[in-house]
Design a protein around this ligand. Structure first.
Ligand code: PMP
Length: 332
């Protein structure tokens, strides 16, 4: 018998997939953790589950309580689904610039969705601060209380990845992993996997993949929080160093423009049947660069973060791409 318990039981234990074209082009094994196959469609199901489990354990989240979070969407979807399965309500605050598909999904699963203008973190109207204030209000007024998930600075996020994603990668490769590369939203995936792999082999090279518009590439290279350019990718690209990221064992960073990531995403769809979102393209582009640096014969692992259908109106919309002078898939 092989039966998983409900939605929760289907989170994690995702396949590790060999990316054939990238492996062939580099002479390395380029392997991708297929996180888009989580039941909520993204890597963030893991963080959502870990944060909720931790809050239950600490006694802050009570039966029938409310979970409030600011999110680019995927964490909200994970929290709302775990919440539905375990009887918690969810209030999700999201910048209005995020894809329509993620908003539709959040409404479909019954989250109380609040859209706010996309403003920088230093502005009190930023989605993260709005979500914290709503959580404080609801904690005082809701009969069963409320918690703020605080995925960016709540270390339960990276600990979840350390205990699951990182361990799975180690076991699935039989410990044959030379490098891991991953982009950062909260930093939970990168830091958690980095900690798990370095615990087992300190020589595994950890490389942060950063899109344009994020300050983290410059932070890693020079110590300064500076950014330039923009990216259409969602869920990644940071303006600050989160608690999940701060002391993570990261060896290096690469900066990947959308012009480099998009053709890789389109190629994954058309030649390998893998339909993934923008951050996955940044990750695979970084894995290819790291593999070229290391030379043939190495194993480089990265992450396919979420399902591409979540971005049909942007990443796979020829008009949207043409308006921004970005590459367009040949078949659209
Ligand atoms: N890709 C996508 C599509 C995401 O939604 C997120 C999470 N915001 C990430 C990557 C980054 O993951 P993490 O928060 O663990 O850094």
């Amino acid at each position: 018998m092989d039966i998983r318990d409900g939605f929760i039981g289907t989170i994690g234990h995702t396949p590790l997939v060999r990316l054939e074209a990238a492996s062939k082009a580099t002479g390395c094994d380029i392997l991708a953790k297929a996180e888009f196959l989580n039941p909520g469609g993204s890597v963030k199901d893991r963080a959502a589950l870990a944060i909720i489990q931790d809050a239950i354990k600490r006694g802050t989240l009570k039966p029938g309580g409310t979970i409030v979070e600011g999110t680019a969407g995927n964490t909200g979807i994970g929290l709302a689904l775990v919440g539905n399965a375990w009887g918690f309500k969810t209030v999700i605050v999201m910048p209005e610039t995020q894809s329509q598909e993620k908003k539709d999904m959040l409404r479909l699963i019954g989250a109380d969705l609040r859209l706010v203008p996309a403003v920088p973190y230093k502005d009190p109207g930023n989605y993260v601060h709005v979500s914290r204030r709503i959580a404080e209000e609801l904690a005082a007024t809701e009969p069963n209380g409320a918690i703020w998930a605080n995925q960016f600075d709540n270390l339960a996020n990276r600990e979840g990845h350390r205990a699951t994603t990182g361990v799975e990668i180690w076991e699935q490769t039989g410990g044959k992993v030379d490098a891991f590369t991953c982009a950062v939203g909260t930093g939970g995936t990168l830091a958690g996997v980095a900690l798990a792999l370095k615990d087992r082999n300190p020589n595994v090279r950890i490389v942060m993949a950063d899109p344009l518009g994020s300050v983290l590439y410059s932070w890693k290279k020079t110590g300064e929080l500076a950014s330039s350019g923009t990216s259409i990718t969602e869920g990644i690209g940071q303006g600050r160093v989160t608690a999940n990221l701060l002391d993570a064992p990261i060896d290096d960073a690469v900066q990947i423009p959308d012009e480099e990531a998009l053709p890789i995403i389109f190629d994954l769809v058309k030649t390998q049947g893998l339909v993934v979102g923008g951050s996955s393209g940044i990750n695979v582009a970084a894995a290819i660069r790291v593999a070229r640096d290391l030379g043939p014969g190495h194993t480089v692992v990265t992450v396919l973060c979420d399902f591409g259908t979540r971005y049909q109106s942007k990443l796979f919309n020829p008009e949207f791409l043409r308006e921004r002078n970005l590459p367009v898939p040949g078949w659209l």
